[in-house]
Design a protein around this ligand. Sequence first.
Ligand code: AMP
Length: 325
Amino acid sequence: MNENMRKILDKIKEYKKIFIFRHFRPDGDAVGSTKGLARILKLTYPDKEIYLQNADFADYVAFLGKEDEILPDEEYADALGLVLDTATQDRISNKKYALCKELVKIDHHIPVQSYGVCEWVEEERSSCCEMIAAFYSAFKDELKIDKEAATYIYTGMVTDSGRFRFREVSGETMRLAGLMLDQGIDADKIYAHLYMKEFHTFKFEAYVLKNIRITENGVASLFVTKKMKKKFHLTNEEASASVSYMDSIKNALIWIAFIEHDDGTIRVRLRSRFVTVSELAERYRGGGHACASGATVYSKAEIKALLKDADALLKDYKEKNEGWL
Ligand code: AMP
């Protein structure tokens, strides 16, 4: 247990009302960690008022169930805000977080911005859910958990670690995942929910696979236009998932999906093996993890520029490192 975890538990004990926040366009980890922590706190402190206060949701983990409605402004003034999985305040989905009396940050992204009265940031953790599992484990004698909380947490651990495949996965990750499994969760069911796809998504996948491009030095990319989304009846979330279609092309150590949104902005999802892409993302209004980052661009010219920069980055990496796949 570290000192920050203890400070956070003390803060939680100080407050009667606790609101839990996460980043916008949430992923399985953002949803799982917020729901998991809320459930642990509700079980442990039945007299406290614990609410999830988020402005958006993630369809692909909708099986985890519904969330609380956003409460009126006046409810925030005496609340402690716990912000999970969110590196910078501008990425918090519900802007009313600023009305909370105090904020606490719990995160596993590269720490580009410090905020809140206490912070616990561990960028080497494979997920924020892993941190919540570690939090529970550190205070096992005080905190309560059940199958429901463990299901939320395990789901986020699975999704953010690429099914326990990414480099950040450690022995500790597996021990904590084991602790969640010990609560009697149905992992088979969780995986079924995560892997099942709609038929139209398969058709889209086939189309995308035919249209992947690759730069001279091996940057794979695809561009999902508004027109394509309409043709295949895709939500932005389904379109965004296409980045994973490129994750196993030999020599393509960087792969990027560009998703055109209805307002004309183009969301960029950058992924890589071994090569750090977060600095590249930062140059295009983004950030994230070393091998999984996001950014935003506004034109085809910017797509071209980003691909050129990514290609140069990969060229440099390949020249300096041997034995890449
Ligand atoms: P995504 O491709 O949106 O799943 O993003 C990959 C990772 O980068 C996630 O951990 C995001 O939270 C993070 N990320 C995405 N966009 C940004 C951004 N604009 N600034 C900072 N981090 C981001």
